[in-house]
Design a protein around this ligand. Structure first.
Ligand code: NAD
Ligand code: UDX
Length: 479
């Protein structure tokens, strides 16, 4: 940090998937700035402070090394929300903004209660001049509300002033450290040039100046929602084409390559799959849909809503297809689910396609052996609203007492035990280890006729077929 820097002390409210990694990287790159991440969730803070770095609450490749370098030096995790705000020059708000589940805008609008609570606490506890940075993804014009709350503080007895900035985060889970270390751009929206410069100065410690974009507040807030909507739209587009490929004998990988080499389209985000998951895409598009309706643009709202509808359809389509291929019934059948996280290299299951697909199959009475290298089985129980059963005896195989039709699931410690005795394998997350499975040793463990449903396009179909198994790969039609 240069010596004339205005920012000496940062407080980040929210020690989640964004607050934790983002602040760890800022602290790592700006050793002269004290960075304290605060949260009301004591367990989460305890996990961030855990001496064993494998116990950090967020799994991200490379995060442990960054935390190890900075923690205790200029990076701190604490539940002392008020005191930390009081001593900070800059406060990031990085709390959750999920879709509202009740009341006005339920199912679409963002629930801003946590953001508002933060603004009120900052208004009360801050001292001197404080730059408040919206790091959470927020509906356009939220800064207006934040400013109104900060402006309502009675500052007659004490000198309190605020500047509000929008600085949305574009990291993707699984590559968060790489994305933070080498971002495509950093976006700073605001009205006060000095405040914008103060935040830019932090990023300039490692991000080239030309990648730091300055905009007005509303453009910044809206750009975040728009970026996610465009990315998600590509996934729904390629998934819609995948279904057409399956019907016509085309191969979606070939089509994706053919269109992706057009430099105007580009090759990224064209992997067909079980639909997008994660805490952001669906939530942010629904928020955009809500805003469009709010601003009297129902046709624009319908356009973006179709991206989410197609995504949900794709997930149900995969579950339906599994049932159809397995002679129209999966009741009592053992199915191995490989991958529960919403994508590889994360332990996050929020909106994971596996949730909807597994729920559909459980509804049909299936018995699911679920394997994921990083997801905690208790999280799976919560996501499926069903506590885990004991894994059946190793050799229970096809003679399982399944005709009762009771749906069950159990966590499998390894792939082979998930697959043993199964009628089908579903690959729902593209973990590297699933790309490397040896199907010649796995195939004999299954009950024949058996299927591999590869929703991520990671297996070599010839190798699977050589083991005597049937294969379905997303977006691959019979040529
Ligand atoms: P998260 O749920 O993992 O973490 C949010 C944390 O905020 C929780 O630990 C919660 O206890 C804490 N919190 C809530 N209210 C608080 C309060 N008043 N005081 C102190 N702590 C409080 O959420 P996340 O995934 O880190 O997302 C945070 C924001 O960033 C969201 O708006 C999200 O849309 C956005 N975002 C997320 C990602 C992502 O990949 N997860 C990427 C970009 C942007
Ligand atoms: C996304 C945005 O990429 C990121 O910029 C934003 O800050 C937060 O939301 P994230 O949800 O963490 O990040 O992961 P991302 O890599 O975008 O994947 C989202 C979902 O789309 C995953 O379920 C992934 O498997 C799926 N996906 C992605 C595809 O199905 N096909 C693709 O080609 C790319």
């Amino acid at each position: 940090m240069s010596s004339n820097s205005t920012i000496r002390s940062i407080c980040c409210i929210g020690a989640g998937y964004v607050g934790g990694p983002t602040m760890a990287v800022i602290a790592d790159r700006c050793p002269d700035v004290k960075v304290t991440v605060v949260d009301i969730n004591q367990d989460r803070i305890a996990a961030w402070n855990h001496p064993d770095l494998s116990k950090l609450p967020v799994y991200e490749p490379g995060l442990d090394a960054v935390v190890e370098r900075a923690r205790g030096r200029n990076l701190f995790f604490s539940t002392a929300v008020e005191e930390t705000i009081a001593s900070a020059d800059m406060v990031f708000i990085s709390v959750n903004t999920p879709t509202k589940t009740r009341g006005l805008g339920a199912g679409q609008a963002s629930d801003l209660r946590w953001v508002e609570a933060c603004a009120r606490t900052v208004a009360k506890e801050a001292t001197g001049h404080t730059i408040v940075v919206e790091k959470s993804t927020l509906p356009v014009r939220t800064a207006e509300a934040v400013k109104a709350i900060l402006g309502s503080v009675d500052s007659s007895s004490e000198q309190k002033t605020f500047s509000v900035l929008s600085n949305p985060e574009f990291l993707a889970e699984g590559t968060a450290i790489r994305d933070l270390a080498n971002p495509d751009r950093v976006l700073i929206g605001g009205e006060n040039a000095e405040a914008i410069d103060a935040l830019a100065e932090i990023y300039q410690q490692w991000v080239p100046e030309e990648k730091i974009l300055r905009t007005n507040l509303w453009s910044s807030e809206l750009s975040k929602l728009t970026a996610n909507a465009f990315l998600a739209q590509r996934i729904s587009s390629i998934n819609s084409v995948a279904a057409l490929c399956e019907a016509t004998g085309a191969d979606v990988r070939e089509v994706a390559k053919a269109i992706g080499t057009d430099s105007r389209i580009g090759p990224k985000f064209l992997n067909a799959g079980p639909g997008f998951g994660g805490s952001c895409f669906q939530k942010d598009i629904l928020n955009l849909v809500y805003l469009c309706r709010h601003f009297g643009l129902p046709d624009v709202a319908d356009y973006w809503e179709s991206v989410v509808l197609l995504n949900t359809w794709q997930q149900h389509r995969i579950a339906r297809l599994v049932v159809q291929k397995l002679f129209g019934t999966v009741t009592g059948k053992r199915l191995a689910i490989l991958g529960f996280a919403f994508k590889a290299d994360t332990n996050d299951t929020r909106e994971a396609p596996a949730i909807r697909i597994c729920k559909d199959l459980l509804e049909e009475g299936a018995q699911l052996a679920i394997h994921d290298p990083k997801v905690d089985p208790e999280q799976i129980s919560r996501d499926l609203n069903l506590i885990a059963s004991q894994a059946p005896e190793e050799d229970a195989g096809p003679t399982r007492g399944a005709l009762s039709g009771e749906a069950t699931w159990w966590p499998s410690p390894d792939v082979a035990s998930a697959i043993r005795g199964a009628d089908a394998v579903l690959i729902l997350t593209e973990w590297q280890q699933y790309r490397e499975l040896d199907w010649t040793t796995l195939a004999p463990l299954m009950r024949k006729p058996a299927w591999v449903f590869d929703a991520r396009g990671v297996v070599d179909p010839k190798q699977v077929e050589s083991g005597g198994l049937n294969v379905w790969r997303v977006g691959e039609g019979d040529a």
